[in-house]
Design a protein around this ligand. Structure first.
Ligand code: F6P
Length: 406
């Protein structure tokens, strides 16, 4: 029976634990006996508040270092014991930022092959958002928000000083955790389950996504495009029906655009799920109609017939003067969508309250549609798309929630 240790490597807030979890789930679903050994969890359990302060990570703090080394030793011993028994894949989830720590792990795990999975993501905005998410956790509960943010950034700074890539220290894969891409890879010896691991790392990992459109807005009733109109009474009832539909589900994250109609639709859902973090992602704002913003399609036809004709001839490639088109929307929406997935840490049950053109674009990331058909995907306001997309499963269904009483 082939056995393998996967050693995660990466600075804090780069998505290591999400990748570790993904490997755990993907390989377990293949029938393998897998376990994650997470140093952070052990640290929080044994050391508590002391270890959330940056001083604990200062390179000159010998006591802090020796405490962290003890935790690493506990985990590596457990991983070794696990592999000696029935375990097949042990995942060691920690920063493992320096060469000496990795040499120490290699020494203990020398019986079986080792694969280093280095997680990188240099998107400053996303790292900041990810830090914001982390400091809401129990670990930082005793600190004020700014203190917690500063403490975490200082901790990252200390790790940055000692960080080196594991490239050249054994079998290694460097993963872009935002885009699910393998940026570098080297296999100087055979790595069991390599192809399976590769496939898991490059696949989308959407465990349970509810993609809804905002409820009816005042502009929808008037037939106007763009703008930032509030919901109508019917739109509010649609939002309440959506919330009622989800009442018994675990919803850890709700992502909205920056527009009122999206935020107002999220409102009853977040009120019935106080545990959910509501995050506005500006990349999910509706298509910018430029000079046509606020107009009705009939107004555009009358005032700018050439524009109207050009759009109806090739809706996908048409770009509103001073605004956007489906063709230019894709990259920003994909970024917003990946951002939402990254921030949700791969948890199931995320809700996105988007817009017509935005949801079409998100759907086109999953569904095969010829480009010219994307701007016509049906995106109703009384139904949502339930999506699961992992390397093992692809599920896509349009679900109607109970119609509100008019
Ligand atoms: O009409 C609602 C709306 O969300 C507008 O704000 C937006 O311009 C439009 O839908 C996008 O749909 P289409 O590309 O079909 O015009």
């Amino acid at each position: 029976m082939s056995k393998l240790s996967i050693i995660m490597v990466g600075l804090p807030a780069r998505g290591k634990s999400t990748i570790a979890l993904r490997l755990y789930e993907g390989l377990s679903a293949e029938g393998l006996c897998v376990r994650i050994f997470n140093n952070g969890e052990l640290r929080r359990r044994h050391l508590g508040a002391e270890s959330s302060l940056p001083a604990f990570y200062h390179p000159d703090n010998r006591e802090g270092r020796s405490k962290r080394e003890r935790l690493a030793l506990i985990n590596v011993r457990s991983a070794k014991a696990f592999l000696r028994e029935d375990g097949q894949v042990a995942i060691l989830d920690a920063t493992n930022a320096g060469r000496s720590r990795r040499a120490f792990l290699k020494e203990h795990l020398s019986e079986y092959p080792i694969l280093f999975v280095e997680c990188v993501n240099d998107d400053a905005e996303l790292i900041t958002a990810s830090v914001q998410r982390k400091i809401r956790s129990q670990e930082f509960g005793h600190l004020r928000e700014e203190e917690a943010g500063a403490a975490f950034m200082e901790r990252i700074g200390y790790y940055e000083r000692m960080y080196t890539s594991p490239e050249g220290e054994g079998a290694f894969m460097r993963v872009d955790t935002l885009r699910n891409r393998i940026l570098a890879e080297s296999l100087p010896y055979a790595v069991p389950y390599h192809i399976r691991i590769r496939d898991i790392l490059v696949s989308d990992w959407v465990r349970e996504l509810y993609l809804a459109r905002h409820g009816e807005s005042e502009y929808n009733v008037e037939g106007r495009i763009g703008g930032d109109a509030p919901l109508t009474p019917l739109g509010k009832r649609q939002a309440s029906s959506l919330a009622a539909h989800f009442h018994d589900r675990r919803i850890p994250y709700i992502f909205t655009s920056g527009f009122r109609r999206s935020l107002e639709t999220a409102d009853p859902v977040s009120r019935s799920h106080p545990e959910a973090a509501v995050i506005a992602v500006p990349e999910l704002d509706e298509i910018n109609a430029g000079v046509c913003d606020g107009m009705r399609y009939a107004d555009i036809r009358a005032a700018m017939p050439e524009e109207f004709l050009a759009r109806s001839r090739d809706k996908y490639n048409y770009v509103y003067p001073g605004g956007e088109g489906y063709v230019t929307l894709r990259s920003r929406v994909e970024r917003g969508f990946r951002k939402a997935l990254f921030l949700s840490g791969g948890q199931p049950g995320i809700v996105i309250i988007g817009h017509q053109a935005i949801n079409r674009t998100i759907l086109s990331l999953f569904l095969f549609r010829r480009k010219e058909d994307v701007p016509y995907i049906y995106v109703p306001q009384n139904q949502y798309f339930h999506i699961v997309a992992t390397h093992q499963k692809k599920l896509f269904e349009l679900i109607r929630f109970k119609e509100p009483l008019i």
